[in-house]
Design a protein around this ligand. Structure first.
Ligand code: COI
Length: 367
């Protein structure tokens, strides 16, 4: 393994038994169970990245004055490991996650990490805990790299200079237990997720904490997810929940797809990027642009917009069936998953699970 650091390896003395693991893998849910090991790598301004370890999964001692607890200086990534038909295990575009983590790190005044070290850390954990990669259809090992400021002190005038990077892994079933049944979405006009110049394009926990009140409002309105609109005019569609949004116009050979452009307030999703690559190769023109809630509603009323779906690593593709806001409500198509959404989903899943060829070199074999 080529790496910029050598990992010190300490295996757990109490790994889950095969029976315990089988019980968990039979119904893993999402993000509820964790594998036997984790990765830790420390950073300090004077030593750079050092002290790389694979160690037993468990609690970490933290000073209560660590800056992350007070000023939320942290970030995270999310990717998955997939079981292949021959039993081997792959990850999907891990260098994209590494590059995005470094973009987030720059925005959050945190240290960047060599991309190869990020990928080596993720792969070492997967290789060690590969027995935890599920083989049930649609299941995977969700990998959660994250980093936070451990500098002790409450001052904010000098940036933190000590950080801990970690990777944990969670065997996961479907993100939405209801599968691909379309979700209903709530147009949030009270809350915004991100403003120009803010942290919207960073994969930073604060963006998610700030979204929970809007998500609670969506649930109170009887919807599954919240749609985020732009912070200035409250009419340009940005994201849905923690996913990017795709709009399909027309159908068959004339179908085309539009997704909100990356303006700095949206997350640059790996699945979003994969959709933009896959769609044209399936004969579906794909573009990045702008769409307002008025255009969304009138496009559905005229039949011009035929399908809408959210996409992200966790849920892959989640069709949107119904939209609701303070003063409006409408259904997309017949409220059922659309043909284009399902074709794109099948294609992506096929590449990830090794049942279709990968002409893009996206899958990264680990074991
Ligand atoms: C993803 O879909 O990749 C996400 O970021 C969802 C995660 C916050 C659970």
């Amino acid at each position: 393994m080529s790496s910029t650091l050598d990992f010190e390896i300490t295996l757990t003395e109490r790994p889950a038994t095969a029976d315990e693991r089988a019980r968990i893998l039979a119904d893993p849910g999402f993000g509820r169970h964790f594998t036997d090991h984790m990765i830790t790598i420390r950073y300090s301004a004077d030593r750079g990245w050092h002290d790389a370890r694979l160690e037993p999964y468990g609690p970490i001692p933290m000073d209560p004055a660590s800056q992350v607890f007070h000023y939320a200086q942290e970030l995270f990534e999310g990717l998955k490991a997939y079981r292949q038909p021959d039993g081997s295990v792959v990850t999907f575009r891990p260098f994209m996650n590494a590059a995005r983590m470094n973009r987030t790190a720059r925005r959050m005044a945190m240290p960047e990490m060599p991309e190869q070290l990020f990928v080596d850390a993720v792969e070492l954990l997967v290789r060690t805990d590969h027995a935890w990669v599920p083989d049930a259809e649609g299941h995977s090992l969700y990998l959660r790299p994250f980093m936070f400021a451990t500098t002790r002190g409450l001052g904010v005038n000098s940036p933190a200079d000590e950080f801990l990077f970690m990777v944990i892994a969670s065997p996961s079933g479907l993100y939405y237990p209801r599968g691909i049944k379309p979700v209903s979405v709530w147009l949030s006009q009270d809350y915004t997720r991100a403003a120009p110049g803010g942290t919207g394009e960073a994969k930073f926990g604060g963006n998610y904490a700030a979204s929970f009140a809007g998500q609670a409002e969506a649930v109170a309105a009887g919807c599954d997810q919240v749609v985020w609109l732009d912070a200035v005019e409250h009419r340009w569609v940005e994201e849905v929940g923690s996913m990017n949004l795709m709009f399909v116009y027309g159908s068959g050979a004339r179908a085309r797809m539009l997704t909100p452009a990356l303006t700095g307030t949206l997350l640059a999703g790996v699945t979003r990027d994969s959709m933009l690559t896959l769609a044209p190769d399936l004969g579906i023109a794909a573009e990045e642009g702008k769409i307002s809630i008025e255009e969304w509603q009138s496009g559905c009323a005229s039949g011009e917009i035929t399908e809408v779906f959210g996409c992200g690593t966790a849920a892959i593709i989640s069709p949107v069936g119904h939209v609701k806001g303070n003063d409006r409500e409408w259904t997309i198509g017949d409220g059922e998953p659309g043909e284009i959404s399902m074709r794109l989903r099948e294609e992506l899943i096929g590449i990830q699970y090794g049942t279709r060829p990968d002409p893009y070199g996206w899958v990264h074999k680990i074991v």
